[in-house]
Each structure stands twice: as structure tokens, then as C-alpha cells.
Design a protein around this ligand. Structure first.
Ligand SMILES: [Zn+2]
Length: 103
């Protein structure tokens, strides 16, 4: 299968979406941790940890985008469709592999 090739415009749109999500995640972590400090709320601490895990995935996606590996299926090395990535910018496998229909 062909690796994914995005236009500059598509690549910019994906990068913008990922950086927006990263900034939102950072703000969410900030809010959760302030609440943890103020109230010692364990649920807020768990929320912050989950957001840190998502932030890590966003960073990895941005790294892959910079390395032009973004949008290439990590299982079959085929191309992910642009619309799949706009729906789920953290997707690392094509729809066929996610559904288990490739060997
Ligand atoms: Zn695949």
C-alpha cells in the first residue's frame, strides 16, 4: 500500500487540530492540578493523569507529523484517509487494520 501523502493544506489543518488539542489538554491539566492542590480531590488527580496520557499521544502524533510518518498505518504501512484523521487525529491504524480485516 502507498504511504499517505497529504497536501500542505491538509497537513496544516491536521497540525492545527493537534496543537489545539495539545493546548486544551495542557489547560485541563492546569485546572485539574490546581483543584487537586486546593481540595485534595483524588478524582481530579486521576483526570489529570488521564489527560497527561493523552498529551503524550498528541506529542507523539505531532512528532510523526514532523517526521512525515503521520497518517501511515503502524500495522500495514498503508495510508490513513484524511477524513479518518480529522475524525480521530490520534489514529495510528487504518480502518481495515482497526477492524482486523488485514492479516
Ligand atoms: Zn493498516
Amino acid at each position: 500500500m502507498e504511504p499517505s501523502v497529504f497536501s500542505f493544506r491538509q497537513r496544516d489543518a491536521l497540525r492545527l487540530d493537534l496543537t489545539d488539542r495539545r493546548d486544551e489538554a495542557l489547560q485541563a491539566i492546569d485546572r485539574s492540578l490546581s483543584q487537586v492542590v486546593r481540595e485534595g480531590n483524588a478524582r481530579q488527580a486521576e483526570g489529570a493523569l488521564a489527560t497527561v496520557a493523552m498529551l503524550r499521544q498528541l506529542h507523539q502524533a505531532l512528532d510523526r507529523l514532523a517526521m512525515k510518518e503521520y497518517g501511515t498505518c503502524q500495522r500495514c504501512h498503508g495510508a490513513l484517509a484524511f477524513h479518518q484523521l480529522t475524525a480521530d487525529p490520534l489514529a495510528t491504524e487504518c480502518v481495515a487494520c482497526q477492524q482486523g480485516s488485514t492479516p
